[in-house]
Design a protein around this ligand. Structure first.
Ligand code: 13P
Ligand code: SF4
Length: 409
């Protein structure tokens, strides 16, 4: 029952009854670094401490103390509690990239998040700094839905259809460095879930404005692109088409491309994409007076059915500002919702759907991997360093700098 779950989530964090820790999945080994040609079979190259080692927390404290100011540890909001406990700063993907850039004296930036975030940190830090991802299998299934050769092919389709010169790429932060670099090379911008509306307006302004005939190629999250275009810019669902990289010409005719304003890449978040309109209906029936707050990576029908929509940072601020006794249902990753429930015992915090779970790749970063990474650095061994190719880093930086230059950002 929703009421029961709200109580369990609010009172028993960090180990609530009814929310088992995810088992490592042999089927979802994303990330890069060991075998660049494959997303599978990425194994930790060192001797990981056992998760049941009774000295694990003490080892983490000792390694952290030994590294001192040489290391700076970043923790994304979706990370496990055991990892967040050792983060020097927590945040969403963009805030963490900025935090990394603001620590030029840190020799090591240990990124507790996923691969594309560590890449962005490497792009924004100096060449003398080393960015470490404690588990190379911590990839992002959404970022991996847009491979660079697919994107290059898609652009050729737009050229052949005669629309490329009126199209500006807008790429979500949740993408590989190669796709960010493509965006920079083609005069586009990066965006995050909190500034997507500003980025879209800017992009349309480059090709005649929102009311003109110019287009945006939005990658890789179709839902963020659609939700932003329809809810914030006043475009219609009919203005949006989905480009499927697995189909010839993206599955679109020249006429459809010509008529479209938003060309949405066929990608989605495997966590947020699971929330349904039915979840919203059910929670409204079970918890009268509930405010439903979801992330814009959710499907359009979910976002339309919700009361509020916002990025990870927005969700945190909304809960902070909410009055005692208020009732909330949150549609985002479970680690964050559990922490919000624990931080707000005076409010009723529901998880929007019981079948949606943790982001399995975010959860790859656990205390054993963090201890292994830190102890290796203490011993003088740099492990799991993330380095972006210099040319890609240059052009990705151009696209990131364009985002930083957006009005009001
Ligand atoms: P933000 O970090 O921008 O909130 O994005 C959510 C997400 O899915 C991160 O992987
Ligand atoms: Fe990728 Fe979604 Fe996980 Fe974020 S929550 S890392 S977008 S799969």
């Amino acid at each position: 029952m929703w009421e029961d779950r709200a109580v369990s989530i609010a009172t028993s964090a960090p180990s609530p009854v009814g929310f088992p820790e995810p088992a490592p999945s042999a089927l979802l080994l994303l990330g890069r670094g060991v075998d660049l040609a494959s997303e599978r079979g990425v194994e930790c190259v060192g001797d990981l401490p056992s998760p049941s080692d009774p000295d694990l927390v003490e080892r983490a404290r000792a390694a952290r103390a030994a590294l001192g100011d040489r290391a700076f540890i970043l923790g994304h909001h979706y990370q496990r509690d055991e990892v967040i406990d050792f983060a020097d700063v927590t945040g969403d993907s963009f805030k963490l990239a900025r935090e990394a850039a603001a620590r030029p004296d840190a020799e090591f930036v240990i990124f507790c998040g996923v691969h594309f975030m560590a890449e962005s940190a490497d792009i924004l830090t100096s060449d003398t700094q080393q960015v470490i991802l404690p588990d190379l299998a911590a990839g992002c299934s959404m970022a991996d839905m847009a491979a660079i050769d697919q994107v290059e092919d898609a652009w050729d389709v737009l050229v052949d259809a005669g629309v490329a010169e009126r199209t500006v790429p807008v790429t979500y932060m949740n993408s590989t460095a190669a796709i960010k670099a493509f965006t920079g090379r083609h005069g586009g911008t990066i965006c995050t879930s909190s500034n997507a509306h500003v980025a879209l307006r800017w992009a349309f302004d480059q090709v005649g404005g929102v009311d003109g005939t110019g287009k945006v190629l939005f990658m890789p999250d179709q839902h963020l692109g659609r939700n932003t275009a329809v809810r914030e810019l006043g475009l219609s669902l009919e203005d949006c088409v989905v480009f499927d990289p697995r189909k010839p010409n993206g599955g679109l005719t020249t006429e459809e491309l010509e008529a479209a304003r938003m060309i949405l890449w066929r990608g989605h978040c495997s966590v947020h994409g699971r929330f349904s309109e039915r979840n919203v209906t059910d929670i409204r029936a079970a918890a009268p007076g509930v405010t439903v707050l979801v992330h814009p990576e959710c499907k359009n029908e979910v976002v339309e059915a919700a009361d509020m929509v916002g990025s990870t940072e927005y969700i945190i601020k909304a809960l902070d500002a909410a009055p005692a006794g208020s009732v909330w249902a949150i549609g985002t990753e479970l680690n964050l919702v559990r922490r919000l429930a624990a931080a707000h015992p005076d409010k009723q915090v529901h998880y929007l759907d019981s079948t949606v779970c943790f982001c399995s790749t975010m959860n790859r970063i656990d205390l054993p991997h963090l201890v292994w990474a830190m102890e290796s650095l203490v011993a003088g061994r740099t492990v799991n360093r993330i380095v972006v190719d210099a040319d890609d880093a240059h052009w990705a930086r151009v696209a990131l700098d364009q985002m930083l230059a957006l009005p009001g950002y």
